[in-house]
Design a protein around this ligand. Structure first.
Ligand SMILES: *Cc1c(COP(=O)(O)O)cnc(C)c1O
Length: 478
């Protein structure tokens, strides 16, 4: 589509048009982007600079990044220490293949991560790759190999939960149940997985049930499912300790994960916790599972690990799994060209060291409580706000047509999208979600500011979100 002979500039629309026209339609511009965007019909916004909690767009707009992309930018943007550490590593060793070599930042990052894992059933090894999907892919394979090493080759099934997301590669998607993302591919995905109910009190706890009774009911359902498949055929149970984008910051009822842990133990099934979104401090503790008082056999982290400076994720293995590999073939039968990439590791290590040095975990927990209080004070009585929930700096609001029945809005109303758009127009980026309830119905917005967010920024965030909510509410009445 190029009209000039030189290396193409991005479409002019990025720099010349105001934002609402820019996204309106791509087809009106003669130059089409060569990048396969998420939508072929709409252009995303061009970001030309990002500093601290703010994004600066090509059209001059300044946006408070209140979701860090997808809960990625834990330190905010443009941190000079992270940049310096990244450049320094590039100058020392930019790449080596892990078949023959290792590097200092990879070793140090792995050590850092296993040190964060606590003592009970120690996480002893880290496998470093480039995305949450890849980390979960590796975890599915490591779990299977664990049983093959032990001679339990009949273990072929995974059990996961509805309303959860574990990635978009074929394996990770197989154990996911984010319906919209999965729909076109269901016929070509493996079928050795089954799904149990989400632990999602606002939607699925009965009115006459206590939190503990609800948790017990879910555990009983999980046991029934294990027995239905026969437990000796199951590899692992996979769950997000706090469900992220699929239904919006949903923590489990008290006692649920204790029950899950015990049940997995009873049947020798591995417990794989996906903390790609909720881990690395986001919920106020380094791992979200710490707040459940349990230890997984496998945990995956991603989004916040590199803070967005580099693509990086990790699978952490408990000693039980590692020992079985060591006593068996003594090799994880998996590998990728860019695993433990030195530059990615150096950047992530710099991010994690800053979090530790500047006590940002505590800060995240404290700011999170503040944010939670502000959201409750501002939105609790709003007509269409059904639930406000979260931990740490990881909060969501679920919207309903009628709080007394909790009936969601019809899909075509796109209530969450209305708020998202209005907030963006007012200069605040939040992360919207649909299909909150069951993969089809429901709306929420998710908030995940950097751990470095200031009080003024939190106030700006909440007051702008309220203005945006009012616009969305008025748009329904109008
Ligand atoms: C985002 C996410 C993934 C997938 O990570 P990618 O980096 O997008 O591949 C997996 N699990 C959870 C819980 C996530 O939020």
């Amino acid at each position: 589509m190029s009209t000039s002979g030189v290396v193409d500039e991005p479409p002019e629309s990025y720099t010349m048009e105001p934002v609402h026209e820019q996204t309106a339609t791509l087809h009106t511009y003669c130059k089409e982007s060569a990048l396969l965007h998420r939508s072929l019909a709409e252009l995303p916004h061009m970001v030309t600079n990002a500093q601290g909690s703010f994004l600066f767009l090509g059209n001059g707009q300044k946006i408070l990044d209140a979701c860090g992309g997808a809960a990625v930018a834990i330190l905010g943007h443009g941190n000079p220490e992270v940049i310096a550490a990244t450049v320094e590593q590039m100058q020392k060793v930019s790449y080596v293949h892990t078949m023959s070599y290792t590097t200092k930042p990879a070793e140090e990052l792995a050590q850092f991560l296993v040190n964060m894992g606590g003592d009970a059933h120690k996480l002893t090894k880290a496998y470093l790759v480039g995305s949450g999907s890849e980390a979960n892919e590796a975890a599915l394979k490591a779990a299977r190999q664990y049983f093959v090493e032990r001679g339990e080759v009949q273990r072929c099934y995974y059990v996961a939960r509805r309303q959860s997301y574990h990635g978009n590669t074929m394996g990770a998607m197989t154990v996911s149940s984010n319906l919209a993302r999965k729909a076109p591919y269901t016929d070509v995905l493996p079928s050795n997985v089954s799904f149990v109910s989400p632990a999602y009190a606002y939607r699925y706890q009965e009115a006459d049930e206590t939190e503990e009774q609800y948790a017990a009911r879910l555990i009983s359902e999980l046991r029934q499912e294990f027995l239905r498949i026969t437990p000796e055929k199951i590899i692992s149970f996979i769950a997000e300790p706090v469900v992220g984008a699929t239904s919006g910051c949903v923590p489990a009822p008290r006692g649920y994960f204790r029950g899950v842990r015990d049940l997995c133990e009873e049947y020798g099934i591995l417990l794989h916790l996906d903390e790609v979104m909720c881990g690395v401090g986001r919920t106020g503790t380094y791992f979200a599972f710490e707040q459940e008082g349990i230890q997984p056999d496998i945990v995956t982290i991603g989004k916040g690990l590199g803070g967005g400076y580099v693509p990086i994720s990790a699978m952490l293995l408990g000693d039980k799994v590692v020992d079985s590999l060591r006593r068996g073939t003594s090799a994880f039968n998996h590998g990728q060209t860019f695993q433990a990439h030195p530059v990615a590791c150096a950047a992530a290590l710099a991010v994690q060291k800053i979090v530790k040095r500047d006590h940002l975990l505590q800060r995240c927990a404290e700011c999170g409580q503040k944010l939670g209080r502000m959201l409750w004070e501002t939105f609790a009585d709003c007509r269409y706000v059904g639930d406000i929930r979260g931990r740490g700096l990881f909060w969501a609001m679920e919207f309903v047509q009628d709080p007394s029945t909790r009936a969601p809005f019809p899909k075509h109303i796109a209530f969450g999208a209305r708020i998202h758009k209005a907030a963006f127009d007012f200069g605040v980026a939040i992360y919207p979600g649909t299909g909150t309830v069951d993969g089809v119905n429901g709306d929420h917005v998710l908030i995940a500011p950097p751990f470095t967010v200031s009080d003024e920024e939190l106030c700006l965030l909440v007051s702008t979100l309220k203005r945006a909510y009012d616009v969305a509410e008025d748009s329904l009445d109008g």
